[in-house]
Design a protein around this ligand. Structure first.
Ligand code: NDP
Length: 331
């Protein structure tokens, strides 16, 4: 329960190398510096949050830390001329939940320059159904398009397709007219992925086995959320002039490949970094998301959970068991 003076936050501490996560009542004085105080309404679950809260990845730069790399809410007070009290705003990335207190709290104090206004026609809930995962998926789709990957070419592959980034990338590509091949390790998600617009399902095992430096040309492009050996296989089977947007490392951070896809087929490997994406591109991506992901489409891949369930959901996402997107109601 929030009173006027205190609010609830999940706080991570570290003791003898182990991470502890507990809810605490805080006051505004506890919050870090920033020009804008936000009443958080929703946050969401991303793979990075899972690594952070479980302690399986070194995400927090210091402790105590309020995790949560995304938030959506309304401005309570600000010294920035760009915003006013009551404005609905969205914040993804910029290091919140990593090196600045984040969204798993009922209030956050942040820099106005990190915020984007809630896009017209979008609700706070749906902005967090998108969150960093959807924003990253859009950056990846924009990168493929800018690299010349067009609908009508061969299939575009999405790896880790049933996850958050993967579900939204599959949806966006299909709605832009691409033929989407969705790779998943979970047979029970095949119908779900077809509903999102995938025309072909590629079992994860097919991409996990070691392959040759160059394979027959299969993909016009790819959005890869898995990394490791899967990314190497994807590069080897990307067609001449194709492009691969590398977003994640859910299957491994290593990459052992050869130069052949690059020098014999002109394949491009494009890195996607949602955290420090410049403001202009950030706003363009959010405008695209508002246009291309109507509420009913997002609702099909999203569920809402109370923030009190955050620890078990963080365990689940790190174990690769979360389908689509989870929005946290922080109040
Ligand atoms: P999710 O857990 O929702 O999705 C990841 C998916 O990867 C899983 O659902 C699963 O899909 C697949 N997967 C999980 N474990 C393995 C494994 N061992 N081998 C192969 N595939 C696996 O996470 P998110 O969608 O939030 O994030 C996906 C990745 O993208 C993460 O690595 C994350 O850190 C990264 N990311 C990067 C960003 C950036 O700015 N570059 C921003 C956001 C995320 P399935 O069951 O369908 O096989």
């Amino acid at each position: 329960m929030m009173t006027q003076d205190t609010f609830r936050a999940l706080v991570l501490t570290q003791e003898n190398g182990a991470i502890h996560a507990e809810f605490r009542q805080l006051t505004n004085d506890d919050l870090p510096q920033g020009d804008t105080l936000v009443q958080v309404v929703y946050s969401c679950l991303n793979y990075k949050d899972g690594l952070n809260v479980t302690g399986k990845g070194k995400i927090s730069r210091f402790f105590p830390m309020v995790p949560g790399i995304d938030l959506a809410g309304t401005v309570i007070e600000t010294t920035s001329p760009a915003y006013h009290p009551g404005d609905p705003v969205v914040l993804t990335g910029w290091g919140i939940g990593e090196r600045h207190w984040g969204g798993y709290a009922q209030r956050a104090r942040v820099k106005a320059e990190w915020l984007v206004p809630l896009p017209a026609g979008m609700t706070l809930f749906h902005s967090m159904a998108i969150g960093t995962a959807g924003f990253t998926a859009m950056l990846a789709v924009m990168a493929l398009e800018e690299a010349g990957v067009k609908p009508g070419d061969r299939d575009v592959l999405v790896t880790g397709a049933a996850g958050g980034v993967g579900s939204i990338a599959t949806t966006l590509l299909a709605r832009r007219g691409y033929r989407v091949a969705a790779s998943t390790g979970r047979a029970e998600t095949h119908d779900y992925l077809r509903e999102l617009g995938a025309t072909t399902i590629v079992p994860r095992a097919e991409l996990a086995a070691p392959g040759r430096p160059l394979e027959s040309e299969r993909w016009a492009g790819a959005v890869d959320t898995v990394g490791g050996d899967v990314l190497a296989r994807v590069l080897a089977a990307t067609a001449t002039g194709g492009a691969v947007a590398a977003c994640g490392n859910a299957g491994g951070a290593h990459l052992t490949t050869t130069v052949f896809p690059f020098i014999l087929r002109g394949v491009r490997l494009i890195g996607i970094d949602s955290v420090t994406c410049p403001t202009e591109r950030r706003r363009a991506a959010w405008d695209n998301l508002a246009r291309e992901l109507p509420a009913d489409v997002l609702d099909r891949m999203t569920r809402v959970e109370p923030l009190s369930r955050v620890k078990e959901l963080c365990d689940e996402i790190v174990a690769g068991q979360v389908r689509g997107r989870v929005v946290f109601d922080v109040n």
